[in-house]
Design a protein around this ligand. Structure first.
Ligand SMILES: Cc1cc2nc3c(=O)[nH]c(=O)nc-3n(C[C@H](O)[C@H](O)[C@H](O)COP(=O)(O)O)c2cc1C
Ligand code: SF4
Length: 407
């Protein structure tokens, strides 16, 4: 694979049919700023800050393809009514020369589901909700696939440049990929080909539904970080199947599970007290007592997924997006030199929305995110970095919203 000359790491690049001014993608960090499951002014302002900060493409994060696919409060649910706000969002990004991606997913066992019971491959206890999930029927899965298609068409009509399919983090598609959680004996379970069927069906149907001008990418777990879960040999096999199908323009490489092992996808400090504060008072102490088991500590390392991602790079020829703990310009150089076409950055940009501009302008200081992870529970108050003063937090001038700044 040809490597890009190091001096060009911030040069324009194409993601499938889409032109990006550079290869840095703002990773999905759910904003928690939708109002009535619709785009708000605060949500747009949130992304304007990153767009002004120099990235090539931003990701409007977790948007549910259906009401039962929601994972948290204040999420966008894709439907006709959401399109005008989504269109406003895209217009604002384009005015700043930044491409707009929308992350579409079904939260599955992590989600609110129907009557508080999440959808999953097999029936399992969802500890977060203290309720059993229900195993999807073939009809449920046909509906989910159709909802992805409808959400794609609506996103295209709003002008999005890219669809990011959420196939990771223990959400519905990731749940089907897991040999631990998918115990089905029908065409959706068992062999890796069967467990990958849902991801393929969605990717292929979304590709068919998306206009030729739109990129389609997927966020995929390399390792669930869970005993008995999806491991790298099988996740590479899934990626190879997806590559052969040819429906995706890139794969973003992630890991961990919001359902079973959230800290695996973040690394760094475990924000036990801040997480406990989200729960009703009676549940705070039990949460703190069990948190160590549910949220074990993984030390933070720069580019913590690089080692696994290298195995993907060797096994695939399609474009890949390196994600996870990127805080240094040098890491972007390494990624490019090793054949990763894109990098995605989450917390480093929450901490410093203008970090990429600094690098583009030759100021090569490292990002100053301290991996305290206190931004994780901030999704319930409008996502922010705790170290950024309130008045400087992206979107916070309009959050919580007053009637005058709802759209
Ligand atoms: C506050 C917050 C919210 C997040 N929300 C999402 C999300 O909606 N969808 C998703 O796929 N990942 C989400 N993530 C995970 C990030 O996209 C990324 O995978 C993770 O933070 C590791 O990248 P980083 O080290 O650059 O932050 C979130 C991360 C944070 C910190
Ligand atoms: S709260 Fe700020 S410093 Fe802490 S991990 Fe999140 S972005 Fe980094």
């Amino acid at each position: 694979m040809e490597s890009t000359p190091i001096e060009n790491i911030f040069a324009p690049v194409k993601l499938g049919p889409v032109h990006l001014r550079n290869r840095v993608i703002k990773a999905a960090t759910f904003e928690g700023m939708a109002v009535k499951n619709l785009v708000s002014e605060a949500l747009i302002d949130f992304h304007v800050a990153f767009a002004k900060g120099g990235i090539g493409m931003t990701t409007l994060a977790y948007c549910a393809i259906s009401p039962d696919g929601q994972g948290a409060p204040n999420e966008i649910v894709i439907r006709e009514e959401a399109v005008p706000g989504l269109h406003r969002f895209v217009e604002q990004m384009h005015a700043l020369d930044v491409a707009a991606s929308i992350q579409l997913g079904h939260a599955g066992p992590v989600g609110i589901g129907t009557g508080g019971r999440g959808l999953s491959a097999s029936k399992v206890l969802a500890k977060q909700r203290m309720k059993k999930t229900y195993a999807a029927s073939s009809e449920d899965l046909s509906e989910v696939i159709q909802d992805f298609v409808t959400a794609t068409k609506l996103s295209a009509s709003a002008g999005f440049d890219c669809i990011e399919l959420h196939f990771g983090h223990g959400y519905l598609v990731s749940n089907f990929l897991s040999p631990k959680l998918n115990k089905r004996q029908d065409q959706w379970g068992g062999s890796i080909e069967n467990r990958a069927r849902l991801s393929r069906e969605i990717a292929n149907r979304v590709r068919d539904a998306a206009p030729d001008t739109m990129a389609v990418i997927a966020k995929l777990n390399m390792d669930d970080g869970v005993k008995g879960g999806l491991k790298i040999d099988e996740s590479i096999a899934v990626a190879q199947i997806l590559e052969r199908d040819g429906s995706l323009d890139a794969i973003e490489l992630s890991g961990g599970s919001s359902f079973e092992n959230p800290m695996y996808l973040f690394r760094g400090d475990v924000p036990v007290n801040e997480m406990a504060a989200i729960f009703p008072k009676a549940l705070r102490v039990p949460f703190k007592l069990t948190a160590k088991k549910f949220m074990p500590f993984y030390p933070f390392e720069e580019a913590f997924f690089l080692e696994y991602a290298r195995s993907f790079r060797q096994a695939l020829t399609m474009p890949l997006i390196l994600l996870g703990g990127i805080n240094k310009r040098q890491t972007v150089e390494t990624a490019v030199a090793e054949g990763f076409e894109f990098v995605a950055m989450g917390r480093a940009l929450l901490r410093e929305p203008d970090l990429v501009n600094r690098w583009v302008n030759g100021i090569n200081d490292d990002g100053v995110c301290i991996h305290c992870n206190k931004c994780m529970p901030s999704i319930y108050q409008g996502t922010h970095c705790y170290l950024v003063p309130v008045e400087e937090r992206p979107g916070h001038a309009k959050w919580p919203p007053q009637p005058s700044n709802r759209i």
